[in-house]
Design a protein around this ligand. Sequence first.
Ligand SMILES: Nc1nc2c(ncn2[C@@H]2O[C@H](COP(=O)(O)OP(=O)(O)OP(=O)(O)O)[C@@H](O)[C@H]2O)c(=O)[nH]1
Ligand SMILES: [Mg+2]
Ligand SMILES: [Zn+2]
Length: 388
Amino acid sequence: MARYLCPQCAVHYRASQFTAYNAQSEAWEPPRVSVPQRVARAVRALLGATGRDRDRERREHLEMLRLGVHHRCPQGHRMPAEFLRRETVPIGLVGPSSVSKSTYLAVLLHRIVGMTDLAPMGLTFTVEEHSRAVYQRDYVTPLAMRRPPEQTRLERTSPLVVRMHRDWAPEDDVNLLFFDAAGEGYRDARSSADLNPYLTVMAGALVFCSPVNLAFAPGSGFALPEGIEGATAPGAGTVVAALQSTRTVLERRRDPIPTAVVVAKCDELAALEARRPHPGQSIPLDPGFYGNEEGYLARQSRWPYDLLAAHGQAILAEVGRFSLLTRYHAVSATGCAVNNLGLFERIAPIRVHEPLLGLLHDMGLLEGAAASYHRDTESVAGQGTYGG
Ligand SMILES: Nc1nc2c(ncn2[C@@H]2O[C@H](COP(=O)(O)OP(=O)(O)OP(=O)(O)O)[C@@H](O)[C@H]2O)c(=O)[nH]1
Ligand SMILES: [Mg+2]
Ligand SMILES: [Zn+2]
């Protein structure tokens, strides 16, 4: 049975648990449907909706908009328009402070919403009305000024809802609810549970770490970014702690949560590592990877995984406890660190789409995409490297 998320309580409810009101806040009931009509509709629904059914649904929907009909959850929260018509998929950005979760989300959304990077794959995105103010204030404005977003504060962490349209399933748009948690909130299990309710309903997780969380022995070919001494670097501990406290919150969940481990700020590694392929060398954005596990692993995931296996074993071990459905990505939101004025000189993202596409695939949201991918093979392949 379909269940719908109230973004304010972060709880899924059955459709029947919501109450509908009109613009005057009077209880509202849909127009009565006679028994034979209802039977006919049910039969047609079983056989697959026809064009006529879709037209009727659209007409009914427009009428509801005209009357200002909205739904409230059992706790009385007003549901954003469309939330009862569309699946909502919460995606958590998990990780300690300063691993570039917010910068990543800002850049990713800029690329897929504003620049429609994934349109050749049949994916287009729009920021939902209720999220626009937060999107503008916390993500768009800082980037436009080439500043990183402000440190995410516990009390200000709010979800950002982005509508995803898939060309191959035009009637089944999905709400992606990004929950960009404050790294601070992972200090202990209690604050995570209190402050990150969305984590409990996560359908997918982006788990972040950055080079300062890795340990590079002398002679390993890597070193920590300039200016950061081994002794002052936070090490793996903060990432492990964030994963552990998230796990406590998720205690009752049995299903593996699709997880993309994001080794962020990989621009910092590029400068340090000459022998391996430059992380900035993007593999062409070939959607075929997402249906081809082996090719995917061989060409996209191997080196971020190897990097963690060699220099972040504690993180890898904790990720193993966190989820059995995991991908590994090295990305850089901006392609560079801030200069001494605190500004990014230019913003050249590296492989920021991959973790999202990986998650979408693992959540089953790219199923049925093959046909449109095929049709657009030319333009997708032609896109070649992106970002870096
Ligand atoms: N080298 C490098 N530095 C980055 C990049 N993105 C962000 N930074 C730096 O990392 C700092 C932290 O980034 P945020 O996005 O605020 O990190 P966060 O994970 O959201 O941190 P909290 O909000 O505290 O949880 C920024 O102030 C930037 O200076 C990147 O792609 N490369
Ligand atoms: Mg943040
Ligand atoms: Zn609610």
